[in-house]
Design a protein around this ligand. Structure first.
Ligand SMILES: Nc1ncnc2c1ncn2[C@@H]1O[C@H](COP(=O)(O)OP(=O)(O)OP(=O)(O)O)[C@@H](O)[C@H]1O
Ligand SMILES: O=P(O)(O)OC[C@H]1O[C@H](OP(=O)(O)OP(=O)(O)O)[C@H](O)[C@@H]1O
Ligand SMILES: O=C(O)c1cccnc1
Length: 493
């Protein structure tokens, strides 16, 4: 995939906050640039009050890292930056250092489509401090948005209970790149297709659609418009029936459907885009069945989201396909995921790794120090708990206790002998070389489905989901507690 090349014609190294560059300069000046560090990217709270989140965006991250270098014109821009006294912000030696910089980090990540939970790293970067720092903003930008939209999409698709969901969001998405990334993430979350043709071309997502009211309005009558469309696309007839009067529109669709049938073609369906979607879809179903079009589908659209879809299901609406735009691609009810990227460990000048913690009044904001891995435990294929742990601390143990990172009174004992286990963080880069084979977008979408199928329905309900247990292995919990006490200068026995 060549997202950066196709969209931006070059490097994205300047897609960063200015402070990353000023810190980088200061790391370089103070001789810390090459000090080895570990950073973790994670979020603290599911979006949409969801009980789960779907990881997405890794393919963009891979592309970003593979293309990470400062071009001559990027360096020219930085060279021209001046302080108020007219001196250069960055010394020429630093510009030269950036010029020679290549991505040399190790990077581990959870696969796109994985169901993930708060506090567990989605991405872990290990490498020179300066490189880790320079990746922060872009990685967050990529992962926050695509993960948010993939999660929204998965919720919408769950609400549709197996019906197809078409993503119609391009016209109301957050700009060009937002729209493309949203179409990709919506597909990963489970949408069947997108109306966004460029996303289809760039990512290999199926493209589909119906027609607009303007098509009908451009003819003297609705029947004429349906007939002309049928002449142009005899195999793709889904007629929008609500331009004037929905009942009459359905009748006209049936009329043209009969003509189509006389020519050996079939009416695929009707689309309803306004009014009471339960009432009109049931009316459409009844009229289509009575006219002997039992296979013609009813497509509905109009400001849908997972909650309206769920309500329409409850009302027993006869909708087979759901067109969902604005509320999906803009993540209307929660426009940002709050994933963060935190320093977790640093190698000191004696070559020893030191875990690092950011202390906060809010316990949810205290990060989890150290170079850790995430393990998912499953029983008969069903996920039972996720655990963060430091390498080599759990080998050979038959019983493990995990402790909730925000509430130490919440603990869970795991008899690991009875459980299957899988490490979620996969090696993606080793010393800057990609060692991970990216799955196709279709494989990622399938993976989302199978990943979700490992979770109990209680975690997937739209409202007040049951909280899935995620905890720190005891040694990691102790390390974190000791470190927090140390940083706060408290005595801890
Ligand atoms: N039976 C239903 N139950 C719950 N929500 C519904 C039902 N039917 C339609 N809706 C939703 O109610 C909202 C109706 O919005 P609005 O009043 O703007 O549409 P409209 O007037 O029918 O159509 P438009 O303004 O597009 O011509 C939409 O979000 C739609 O999805
Ligand atoms: O409602 P969404 O989930 O965003 O789905 C996309 C909408 O885009 C089209 O409407 P259009 O742009 O013609 O505007 P409308 O709201 O007046 O129908 C289409 O008819 C859908 O209603
Ligand atoms: O193809 C459609 O029906 C469509 C496409 C974009 C937006 N609304 C509807």
């Amino acid at each position: 995939m060549k997202i950066t090349k196709d969209l931006y014609q070059g490097s994205l190294a300047l897609l960063t906050d200015f402070y990353q560059l000023t810190m980088s300069y200061a790391y370089w000046k103070s001789g810390k640039a090459e000090q080895e560090a570990v950073f973790n990217l994670f979020f603290r709270k599911h979006p949409f009050q969801s009980g789960f989140t779907i990881a997405a965006g890794l393919e963009y991250v891979i592309d970003f890292c593979n293309n990470f270098h400062f071009h001559e014109d990027d360096l020219g821009y930085l060279r021209e930056m001046k302080n108020t006294d007219g001196t250069s912000v960055f010394e020429e030696g630093f510009i030269d250092y950036l010029k020679r910089m290549r991505f040399t980090c190790d990077l581990e990540a959870v696969a796109e489509g994985t169901v993930i939970f708060p506090h567990t790293p989605m991405i872990k970067v290990k490498g020179p401090l300066i490189q880790c720092q320079l990746l922060e903003t872009a990685l967050l930008n990529i992962i926050n948005f695509q993960t948010l939209i993939a999660t929204k999409s998965a919720r919408v698709v769950l609400a549709a209970k197996g019906d197809s969901v078409l993503e119609f969001g391009l016209r109301r998405a957050q700009g060009i790149d937002g729209a493309l990334a949203a179409s990709r993430a919506s597909y990963i979350g489970g949408c069947a297709a997108t109306s966004n043709v460029m996303a289809g071309k760039l990512f290999g997502i199926p493209v589909s659609g119906t027609h607009a009211h303007s098509w009908i309005m451009s003819f003297d009558s609705e029947v004429e418009a349906f007939q002309a469309y049928a002449d142009a696309f005899p195999d793709k007839c889904i007629f929008l029936v609500d331009t004037y009067d929905t009942e009459t529109g359905i009748r006209h669709a049936i009329e043209v459907g009969k003509i189509l049938r006389s020519k050996g073609k079939e009416l695929l369906g009707v689309r309803i885009d306004s009014g009471d979607l339960a009432y009109f879809s049931n009316l459409a179903r009844q009229m289509l069945d009575e006219a002997d079009f039992p296979d013609a589908k009813v497509v509905a659209s109009n400001d849908l989201d997972e909650h309206i879809i769920s309500s329409l299901k409850f009302q027993e609406a006869s909708i087979d396909t759901w067109g969902v735009g604005t509320k999906l691609v803009t993540a209307y009810d929660q426009p940002a995921l709050g994933a963060v990227y935190k320093l977790a460990a640093l190698k000191n000048m004696n070559g020893k790794w030191e875990p690092k913690v950011k202390v906060s009044q809010q316990s949810i904001k205290i990060n989890i120090p150290g170079d850790h891995q995430v393990k998912r435990f499953l029983k008969n294929g069903k996920a039972v708990a996720d655990m963060l742990y430091l390498k080599d601390t759990v080998q050979g143990k038959s019983k493990i206790v995990i402790i909730d990172p925000t509430d130490p009174t919440k603990r869970k004992k795991l008899n690991v002998e009875d459980l299957e286990e899988v490490n979620l963080l996969k090696q993606v880069f080793k010393e800057g070389i990609q060692v991970y084979t990216s799955p196709s977008i279709q494989e990622i979408k399938e993976y989302t489905k199978s990943s979700l199928s490992c979770f109990d329905k209680a975690h997937k309900r739209l409202i007040n989901p049951h909280i899935y247990p995620v905890g720190l292995e005891e040694q990691l919990y102790d390390l974190r507690t000791d470190l927090v006490f140390k940083m706060k200068n408290y005595e801890h026995e």
